[in-house]
Design a protein around this ligand. Structure first.
Ligand code: SF4
Length: 314
């Protein structure tokens, strides 16, 4: 049975939150491809890491696959926003598969840096979560003999790079800004000549959403992040709040909300990851306002304006 909470007074909504430009264009690309080619339409890997988005597309007839050999020749396949290794483009060509590329341009930029490093024989330290789709994609652009994956500071200690050969680092786009700063500091201590990418690889959307959570925690005694378990940037939002000492939870949809978390809490902060549709947060708010009809909702206002990525030819 639920408790009666007379204390929850306010809900603060982080800003910015929700869709980034890369996710918005990836979703638009799949919709346009559906309009033009109809079904079957295949998408290699989940187009973005959010179960609501994936279910909506499955309901429209999209088939998600992991390997190109799962589709017949001459099919149309959309490559996900996280980026795809070069071998898959080659394989698609060999099998007469039409590719529609929804890779976020900010991920493509890192692929180009990776290729540039490998052409110059640079030992490339790739900072990120091993096994994440973006890391799999980016790793494919680095010469395998030059690739070193680092997830945390202790991995830096284990590195054994040749100091007489050039060294550089790249990062996944959706990491914790603070953790990554510490990893890079350690790398620079061990390898002072290490080259940094020309512009930070952690993307604007990740950075802005983590900053927004840091603002949010100042006024809240609990944070709920809307985001799927597999979403790197959403998980980092939860961690950011926790590191600031504030109790925090991640929920995929409103069904995962446990009202007991709000017992004795006065002020709740809500944010959402870069791949989360607005309706997920709206459903959460609807539930909360039905349970706490007198709660005040505050909308913070630091929206990102004018960031839109071009849509490729479909
Ligand atoms: S989180 Fe950043 S890198 Fe990833 S899709 Fe969005 S804008 Fe692109």
């Amino acid at each position: 049975m639920n408790f009666i909470n007379n204390k929850l007074e306010t809900i603060h909504l982080a800003s910015p939150q929700g869709f980034c430009a890369g996710v918005a264009s990836a979703i638009e690309i799949v919709d346009l491809a559906l309009e033009k080619y109809g079904t079957p339409l295949y998408v290699r890997h989940h187009i973005v890491h959010n179960t609501t988005v994936i279910k909506d597309f499955e309901n429209k007839g999209v088939t998600f696959i992991e390997q190109l050999n799962e589709v017949p020749p001459n099919s149309v396949v959309v490559f996900s926003a996280h980026g795809t290794p070069p071998d898959e483009y080659k394989l698609a060509k060999e099998r007469d598969i039409k590719i529609i590329d929804a890779t976020c341009p900010l991920v493509t930029k890192i692929h180009r840096e990776a290729v540039r490093f490998s052409k110059k024989n640079v030992q490339t330290v790739l900072i990120g979560h091993n096994g994440h789709q973006e890391m799999i994609g980016t790793s494919g652009y680095v010469n395998a003999d030059l690739l070193y994956i680092v997830e945390n500071e202790s991995d830096v200690e284990k590195l054994n790079l040749n100091p007489d050969q050039p060294i550089g680092f790249l990062t996944q786009t959706t990491l914790s800004v603070d953790d990554t700063k510490n990893i890079i500091k350690k790398l620079k201590e061990r390898y002072p000549t290490i080259s940094a990418p020309p512009k930070a690889d952690i993307c604007y959307a990740t950075t802005n959403r983590q900053e927004a959570v840091k603002d949010l925690v100042k006024n809240c005694d609990i944070i709920i992040v809307c985001g799927s378990r597999e979403s790197s940037n959403s998980n980092r939002l939860k961690e950011t709040a926790k590191l600031k000492g504030v109790e925090s939870y991640i929920i995929d949809t409103v069904d995962e909300l446990d009202i007991n978390w709000l017992k004795d809490k006065k002020s709740l902060g809500i944010t959402s990851g870069a791949s989360v549709p607005k309706k997920v947060v709206d459903n959460l708010l609807a539930k909360l306002t039905s349970v706490f009809p007198n709660v005040q909702i505050h909308y913070l206002n630091n929206a990102e304006h004018g960031i839109k990525f071009p849509i490729p030819n479909i």
